[in-house]
Design a protein around this ligand. Sequence first.
Ligand SMILES: Cc1cc2nc3c(=O)[nH]c(=O)nc-3n(C[C@H](O)[C@H](O)[C@H](O)COP(=O)(O)O)c2cc1C
Length: 322
Amino acid sequence: MRIGPYALPNTLAVAPMAGVTDRPFRQLCKRLGAGYAVSEMVGSDPRLRHTAKSRRRIDHAGEVAPIAVQIAGADPAMLADAARYNADLGAQIIDINMGCPAKKVCNVFAGSALLEDEALVARILEAVVKAVEVPVTLKIRTGPCPERRNALSIARIAEAAGVQMLAIHGRTRACAFRGQAEYATIAEVKSRARIPVIANGDVETPEEAKRVLEATGADGIMVGRAAQGRPWLFREIAHFLATGTSAAPAPLAEIRAVLLEHLEGLYALYGEEQGTRVARKHIGWTVRALPGGEEFRCAAVRIDSAVAQHAAVNDYFSRLAA
Ligand SMILES: Cc1cc2nc3c(=O)[nH]c(=O)nc-3n(C[C@H](O)[C@H](O)[C@H](O)COP(=O)(O)O)c2cc1C
């Protein structure tokens, strides 16, 4: 699959997740089998550009191309300006968030709330595509609510505006994260779209990835929550799609090495205090399925120095290996 000049190594994407898919996590996912990663969303309001959070989110040092940055907002001119600003800072692809149902985003009529206003969607997409030389992609849900699944109409608007790829989460805005993702709407959009379509929602295993690809005919799969604490999932999906057989589970030694590398990346990006806090959830996700994982997670959340956290994780894996 291509997005503009970028031929992706495969069509497995890690979904943008604010607070999760920071640079260290995206780098791990890409190294462990994801062909594509999109940054956490960056607000389009220029007044927020200099906050520590925004500065971290625009730091792409060492990231494997293509560097895709997601922008969020509702004002066409502001989004166009944010696209230009991020392209100038190294974004090679600009992704627009029209998929997030979070209150913080939707209360200001951004994210998936935009799907209700197709005229505004058109104005935003036209303004952003015109503002930058780099490819622009779009992430949406299937519509505002189950009674109004307008993803096809949005896809047509996107194509007409020059958007080069569409990722669709198979839920409506009103569904938030409830119920099951549905893939029929994604299949319908894919069957009529001229641009690549990536299917997203509830893919947890390599087998599900294959089923969703077959059910939708999509060009690729985007995985979010199932990759938390499990960035090698992309390698397992790639293996299953290529061979029809399951890959051997990630060895304990690799899980340990990946987690320790992840912790170091978080300390370096956030600094010790915040890095240790951010690391807690990743430790919890990684160990949840391992023996004594829950007990270790409960103990590990009380640790607040990087050295002690790193050592505790190391010791936990040494005990497991023994
Ligand atoms: C913690 C969290 C943060 C998210 N942040 C974003 C975001 O910044 N931008 C976005 O487009 N979607 C965001 N999403 C939605 C995901 O990209 C994805 O569409 C959704 O989780 C469904 O995929 P999954 O079932 O594979 O998790 C977020 C989801 C989660 C769970």
